[in-house]
Every structure is written in C-alpha cells, then in structure tokens.
Design a protein around this ligand. Structure first.
Ligand SMILES: [Zn+2]
Length: 376
C-alpha cells in the first residue's frame, strides 16, 4: 500500500511540471475606464446593493486570478474545469485560459473616471425611465415603433433590450452595433466609438424574497442554503449581475448569452455547457467569480466521477451538477483521507475500488475533502 502511495505522489508531482497559466504583467493588460452614473447611488433600491456588488465584482476578479495562478489550489482548478472545461495545468488549454483570464484581468484593473464621454464602459441604474420625444427628460426617449434613443450615450436601443420590456436584472448595449446612422455614423460629441452601456434595472437592485439577497458578505452561506440552493444562491447578488454584464462589455460583445437566452443562465446550464459555449457565455464567468468569492468556506461538491464509480460517488457527482456546496478541510493539499479512512474494513471489492481511484491522480485530487461536513 505504501509503495502505491509513493507512486501516486510521483504522478501528482509530474502534473505540476506542465505549463501553467500565469498572470499577464500589468503593462500588458488592456486597461479600460468606467463611468458610474449617480443613479447607481440615488436609485439603489436596496441601498448599498450596487456598491456591495461593485466591491465584490472587483474583489472576485483578483481572487479568480490568484486562485487560477496558484499551483496547488486543486479545489478552484476543479471548479474551473467544471465551468470552462479547461485544465489549468494543461499546455493544450493554455491559450484558451489566457483568453478567459484576460477579462478577469481587465476587470481587476478597471478604473472609475468622472467623465461619461471618455469612459469605455458606462453604468446606469436609472431603470430606463422613458420620456417622450416631445418632452425628453430622461436618458431613454421613446422615438416610435419599438425604438428608444439613449440621449446620454447616443445610441439607438431596441425596446426588447431595455429594462422596461424584458424581465432582465440588467443588460448591456454594445456600442458599435447601436451607434447608428441616426448620428451620421459619427461617434457623437467626441465620445468613444466603442462605448459600452450597462443598465442595472430596478429589479436587479430591489430587495428579494428571503432567503435570497442582493448583498454578499462572507459567512452568509449556510449549510441549509448550500443544500437547498448551492452556488445558485449567488446568482441574484449584485456582484454576480455586475460581473455578468461587465463580461459582455469588456469583451466588446464577444462574450454573449449562449447558446440562447433560455439556456445561458444558472448553474445547471453553465455546468452542462460545452467548452466552446462556456468561454463565450457571460454567466459562466459570473459563476467563476461566485466560486472564488465563496472560498475558502464553501466550494462546489468536488467529485469528478469516472464511469464505474461506486453509487455514493456518483451521487456526489449529481449534487455537484446541481451546484451544491461543501466544506473542504484543505483546498490546497491533495489528500487521500476519505479513501484511506474507508480501508478499515477491507473487502475484495473495496480494495479493487481503492486501487482504481488511487491509480488516477485526478481522482485522488477530487478526494481532497473532509467528508463534506462543516468545519468548526
Ligand atoms: Zn447577459
């Protein structure tokens, strides 16, 4: 048994020799500016939810970067694999990881400026109050048929893409699709031609029915919430909404809601998504940020179950698919505690199962769990 353990340790170490994603040096990050409209303060329907969301959106981007770059955060790497279907230590996935991480890096260095005109991204929380062409006194003006004009940003908006006509918490308007001939193709009053406009709708900042919350702070997740809602509890937080919208904006619309509005949101969709869709889907990024915020207290039940696993293992896989959360004793150290604990009462079958698990380093990593029970 000991010789087998040595073999497994060597196999794990050899994994670490491979290329690893590392953060881009600061000077090479494409730095963007953001203007946050006063409405995000004055029309923050659950007072402070926007600020809480902004703080955690930025904070989570730093966490994501640190955790992906870490060489021993097997916990978070398993989450990345589950969401993006990419292996952090795999050379073949390096280019795509660069692409994915690029946006978290841009988010982490976003700077707030006071000038709407100069900002790459503009954020409003004015709930798209709409006035008429005859008496225009709001940002959005109804100009007939299904068209609105955004007077501040010089954009034409389809009514379907506004807070008033869809049941979205927020939406992002991609500049170059919407700056139309209306303004003779000019960038209008010296504004940035690639400007992005995020509107956080009233319903994205309103108080929710308990147990949900717009706010996030460490310690809010409980065993009950983890069992009942898992990581999905996070998707209504202002932080989740802001990361989601910023990904649309930072990527210039390359990150979309895929494969379609019905199948783009929520953990189940994100978890089920194929590799190609995942890296272009905003909610996939938002869940990466959520998972980083939940650490180190909670993480997605981490079991990658190969075919032929015993029923209790497959059951854990199902719970991960539903986004259920668990406590882990040590997110950095791959241990075989759970496997070894079960050796007290060995049968021919248990020995066979253990050998099977121990032969696969990925699976041993997945066993880095302290029985899924809360730490003190
Ligand atoms: Zn979206």
């Amino acid at each position: 048994m000991y010789s087998l353990r040595v073999f497994v340790t060597i196999a794990l170490l050899s994994c670490h020799v491979a290329a690893w994603w590392s953060p881009t040096i600061d000077e090479e990050i494409d730095k963007k500016t953001v203007y946050i409209d006063a409405s995000c303060e004055t029309k923050d329907y659950e007072g402070g939810a926007f600020a809480n969301g902004w703080f955690h959106a930025l904070g989570s981007s730093h966490e994501v970067i640190e955790r992906v770059a870490s060489h021993n955060d097997h916990d978070y790497h398993a989450v990345v694999k589950r969401i993006m279907k990419r292996v952090v230590s795999d050379e073949d996935d390096e280019t795509q990881l660069d692409e994915i991480m690029k946006y978290f890096e841009q988010l982490s260095v976003l700077s707030i400026i006071d000038s709407l005109k100069d900002a790459d991204i503009r954020i409003f929380c004015d709930d798209d109050a709409v006035s008429t062409k005859e008496n225009p006194n709001t940002r959005m003006v109804f100009v007939g048929n299904d068209r609105l004009e955004d007077r501040y940003n010089f954009m034409a908006i389809n009514i379907r893409d506004s807070c008033r006509y869809v049941s979205a918490d927020a939406f992002t308007v991609i500049g170059h699709y919407r700056i139309q001939t209306l303004w003779n193709g000019q960038t209008a009053h010296g504004q940035k031609s690639e400007r992005m406009v995020i509107s956080i709708c009233k319903r994205g900042l309103q108080p929710m029915q308990p147990p949900f919350n717009r706010y996030w702070q460490g310690g809010m997740m409980t065993q009950q919430l983890a069992n009942d809602y898992g990581i999905n509890w996070m998707q209504n937080t202002a932080a989740h909404i802001i990361v989601h919208e910023l990904m649309h904006a930072l990527s210039d619309g390359q990150i979309f809601d895929l494969p379609n509005a019905a199948a783009a949101y929520g953990w189940r969709n994100v978890e089920n998504m194929d590799q190609m869709h995942a890296e272009e889907n905003a909610d996939s990024y938002a869940f990466m940020a959520d998972a980083a915020l939940l650490a180190p207290d909670w993480t997605i039940t981490r079991l990658w179950a190969p075919p032929g696993c015993p029923p209790n293992v497959v059951e854990r896989e199902t719970s991960a698919k539903f986004g259920q959360l668990a406590h882990y004793a040590d997110r950095s150290r791959p241990t075989k505690r759970m496997v070894l604990r079960s050796t007290g009462n060995e049968t021919e079958q248990s020995i066979r199962v253990r050998s099977f698990l121990e032969a696969d380093p990925r699976f041993i990593m997945a066993m880095d769990e302290d029985s899924g029970i809360s730490r003190p």
